[in-house]
Design a binder for this molecule. Structure first.
Ligand code: NAD
Length: 496
C-alpha cells in the first residue's frame, strides 16, 4: 500500500496531520493507498513556500517561464501513458478515456506556452500632448486550485499552467479520492525547471479547503466540483476578499429534433451518456426527444448499448467502474427510485456482468424512457451511467425544459436544420453548446465554463478568461517631456 503525502517547496513531504484517507482501485475494490489529509498547519506551510517563491517568479522573464512550460509539455507528452495508468488505477475510467484526459490537459500546457502573446498589453501614444497611456497585467501572487475526482489530470491542468505562466505560485488541492497524478505533475514541473515552491500540492479534504479559503496569503481560488461545494467555496472565499471562480455540477440535455440524423444522435447519446461511466461534467444525462422521434431513437440507443462492455479499464472495455463503493451505491439507488417513480428501464445496468473483479464498483449503463421532470432521476445530478429520455411535443417545449433546469453547463442539439440550431444557440441559457456534437469538449484557447448553478464567479477556465483571472490590470499614464518643447533639458543636443 502506497503512502501518499504532499509536495511542498520542491519535495515530497508527509505533513503534520494525523488524519489519513483510503485510496482504492475501483476495478478491484482493493485499498491501494493511504493519503495524508492536510491540517491547517500543512496548508500554511505550503502557502508560505508559495509566497517565498512568488516573490522571484513574478520577475522571471517571459522567455524563462515559457522555456519551463515547453520542457514540462515535453515531459508530460513523453510520459502520457504512465499518467493514464495512474488515472485509471485510482479513478477507474478506461485507459482510452484517461489518455484523452491527458491530451486535453496537454492542450492547456501548449496554450500556456504562448503566454507572451496572451499577456500583451495595449499602448496609446499621445493621449494628451506628450502623454502616453499603456496597460499591463501582473500576477496575483499565491493562488489555490481545488479539483474534483473525475478529472485528476485535466482539471488541475485547466488552471496550473496558466497561473504559473502568468507569474503566480500555486497551491493545488486535488481530490482525496485520486490524489497520485497531481503529485507526478508537480514533480515533472520541477524537473522541467520550475523553481521550488512555485507549484505545491497539498492533499486533503474539507479541512484543507477551508484552510486555503481562510488563509490571507491566498489571493485567488479556482475550484471545480459539485454545486453545493462550489457555492460554499465561492461565498467563503469572497467573504475573505479573494477572487473566486467556482465551477459546479451539471445536468446536460441533448435535444433531438425530428429531422436529425438518428444514427449520429444515437452514437452521440451513448458516447456522451456512458463515457467515463457518466462521471463527466459534460456527460449527457437528459435526452429530450421531440416527437415523433422518441421510439426510433430509443431503439437505436438500446441496440448500441447492448454492445457496450463494462469492466476493468485496463482490459479494453468501453466503460469502467464507478469511483467508490459509496458512489456506486448512490447511483444504484437512483436507478431504483427511477423504477419506483414509473420511468421505464429500457436497459437496466443493475443486471450487467462486468469483465472485472467481483469486488469492483460496478453498475452497467442504464437507459430510462418516459422520464418526467418531477422524477429525482431528472432533477438531481446523478453523475453515473444513467440516461433519461424525456418526450416533448415541440422545439419550444424542449427549450423551455432546458432553460427551466437550474444547471447550465453544457447542452447539445441534433438537427439538420441550420436555422433551428442557430435559434437554439441563441435562446438556450447554457454556457457551452454542441450542434450535432454531443460534448462540446474544452478547447484550451477558448474558455470553459457553464452558466447558472454550474458556475459561481464571472470568469471561465483557461483561454483568455484564465489569463484575466490569474492577473490584474494596471494602466500607466506617462509624460516624458521633449526638451524641444520647453521640457527639462537633460543635456541632449536639440535638433532644429
Ligand atoms: P466535490 O464537490 O465532492 O469535491 C470537489 C473538491 O472539493 C474536492 O477537492 C474535495 O476534497 C473538496 N470538498 C468536498 N466536500 C467539501 C466540503 N464540504 N467543503 C470543502 N471542500 C470540499 O466534487 P467531486 O465529487 O470530487 O466531483 C464531481 C463533481 O464535480 C460533479 O458535480 C461534477 O459535475 C463537477 N465537475 C464540474 C466541472 C465543471 O467544469 N463545471 C468539471 C468537473 C467536475
Amino acid at each position: 500500500m502506497t503512502r501518499i503525502g504532499h509536495f511542498v517547496d520542491g519535495k515530497r513531504t508527509t505533513g503534520d496531520s494525523e488524519r489519513h484517507g483510503d485510496v482504492f482501485d475501483p476495478a478491484t475494490g482493493r485499498r491501494t493507498g493511504q493519503v495524508a489529509l492536510a491540517c491547517a498547519a500543512d496548508v500554511a506551510g505550503a502557502v508560505e513556500a508559495a509566497e517565498r517563491a512568488a516573490r522571484s517568479w513574478r520577475d522571471a522573464s517571459l522567455a524563462r517561464r515559457t522555456a519551463v512550460l515547453f520542457a514540462f509539455r515535453e515531459l508530460v507528452h513523453a510520459r502520457r501513458d504512465r499518467l493514464a495508468e495512474v488515472i485509471t488505477a485510482e479513478h477507474g475510467k478506461v485507459l482510452a478515456d484517461a489518455a484523452g484526459e491527458v491530451q486535453r490537459g496537454l492542450e492547456v500546457i501548449e496554450y500556456a506556452c504562448g503566454i507572451p502573446s496572451a499577456l500583451r498589453g495595449g499602448f496609446s501614444e499621445n493621449v494628451s500632448t506628450e502623454v502616453d497611456s499603456y496597460s499591463l497585467r501582473q500576477p496575483l501572487g499565491v493562488v489555490a486550485v481545488i479539483s474534483p475526482f473525475n478529472f485528476p489530470v485535466m482539471v488541475p491542468l485547466w488552471f496550473v499552467p496558466v497561473a504559473v505562466a502568468c507569474g503566480n505560485a500555486v497551491v493545488l488541492k486535488p481530490s482525496e479520492k485520486d490524489p497520485s497524478a497531481a503529485l507526478l505533475l508537480a514533480e515533472w514541473f520541477t524537473e522541467a525547471g520550475l523553481p521550488d515552491g512555485v507549484l505545491n500540492v497539498v492533499n486533503g479534504d474539507k479541512e484543507a479547503v477551508d484552510a486555503l479559503l481562510d488563509h490571507p496569503g491566498v489571493r485567488a481560488v479556482s475550484f471545480v466540483g459539485s454545486t453545493p461545494v462550489a457555492r460554499y467555496v465561492h461565498q467563503r472565499g469572497a467573504l475573505a476578499g479573494k477572487r473566486v471562480q467556482a465551477l459546479g455540477g451539471a445536468k446536460n440535455h441533448m435535444v433531438v429534433l425530428p429531422d436529425a440524423d438518428l444514427d449520429l444522435a444515437a452514437d452521440a447519446a451513448v458516447n456522451a451518456g456512458f463515457g467515463s461511466a457518466g462521471e463527466r461534467c459534460m456527460a449527457i444525462s437528459a435526452l429530450v426527444a421531440v416527437e415523433p422521434v422518441a421510439d426510433a431513437l430509443v431503439a437505436r440507443i438500446a441496440e448500441r448499448m447492448a454492445r457496450l462492455r463494462t469492466g476493468d479499464g485496463r482490459r479494453g472495455c468501453d466503460m469502467g467502474p464507478l469511483v467508490t463503493a459509496a458512489h456506486a451505491e448512490r447511483v444504484r439507488s437512483y436507478v431504483e427510485s427511477g423504477v419506483a417513480a414509473g420511468a421505464v428501464p429500457v436497459v437496466d445496468g443493475r443486471t450487467v456482468t462486468p469483465d472485472g473483479d467481483a469486488d469492483g464498483y460496478w453498475l452497467g449503463p442504464t437507459l430510462f424512457d418516459h422520464v418526467t421532470p418531477d422524477m429525482s432521476i431528472y432533477t438531481d445530478e446523478i453523475f453515473g451511467p444513467v440516461l433519461s429520455v424525456l418526450r416533448v411535443g415541440s422545439y419550444d417545449e424542449a427549450v423551455e425544459l432546458v432553460n427551466a433546469n437550474p444547471y447550465g453547463n453544457g447542452t447539445a442539439i441534433f438537427t439538420n436544420d441550420g436555422g433551428a440550431a442557430r435559434r437554439y444557440q441563441h435562446e438556450v441559457e447554457v454556457g457551452m453548446i454542441g450542434i450535432n456534437v454531443p460534448i462540446p469538449v474544452p478547447m484550451a484557447y477558448y474558455s470553459f465554463g457553464g452558466w447558472k448553478a454550474s458556475l459561481f464567479g464571472d470568469l471561465h477556465a483557461h483561454g483568455a478568461d484564465g489569463v484575466a483571472f490569474f492577473t490584474r490590470g494596471k494602466v500607466v499614464t506617462s509624460r516624458w517631456l521633449d526638451p524641444r518643447h520647453g521640457g527639462v533639458n537633460l543635456g541632449f543636443p536639440t535638433q532644429t
